[in-house]
Design a protein around this ligand. Structure first.
Ligand SMILES: [Zn+2]
Length: 155
């Protein structure tokens, strides 16, 4: 993965703790998982992103396609287990008009019978509730104390 940090990029800023709108549930040298503020189906909505700037799926190095999908799968399983979802919808957009943040991200949306999906969440969830959900998801992901961990050789 190209080891690029783009200040001002929403997810680069989240990975490095320059903003805290979306509490982190997981972070290693390759991938980070956040709890999203606008939750279309209730608690457990997660975003899986590379820990370094990659604009979209076509820009992801081929050797990281497998690991990225494994992280999305792992998050999907954790979301189901931790938030009582009966399933998930995993989706990903590339370029306009679908991609709102130009940093590759997979949406992991918890699904429950009668949840009304697809729909947009109009109101952001309070940060205290997001933090609570991030703690639960971190435990489900086996990462109870998530923190940024830069790749070896970088400061
Ligand atoms: Zn970025």
């Amino acid at each position: 993965m190209s080891e690029i940090d783009v200040p001002g990029c929403h997810f680069c800023d989240e990975v490095r703790g320059r903003t805290t709108e979306a509490p982190r549930a997981f972070c290693d040298e390759s991938f980070s998982v956040f709890v999203g503020r606008y939750q279309p189906t209730g608690p457990g909505y997660a975003l899986v992103v590379p820990s370094w700037h990659v604009e979209d799926l076509p820009a992801l190095p081929e050797d990281l396609c497998g690991p990225m999908l494994r992280m999305a799968r792992r998050t999907s399983v954790a979301v189901q287990q931790a938030f009582g979802a009966t399933g998930t919808t995993v989706l990903q957009n590339n370029g306009k008009p679908g991609q709102s943040v130009p940093h590759l991200h997979f949406h992991v949306i918890p699904r429950r019978p009668g949840d009304g999906y697809p729909r947009r969440a109009e109101t952001p969830v309070h940060v205290d509730e997001l933090t609570r959900q991030a703690t639960i998801l971190a435990t489900a992901l086996g990462n109870p104390a998530p923190r940024p961990r830069p790749r070896a050789g970088l400061s």
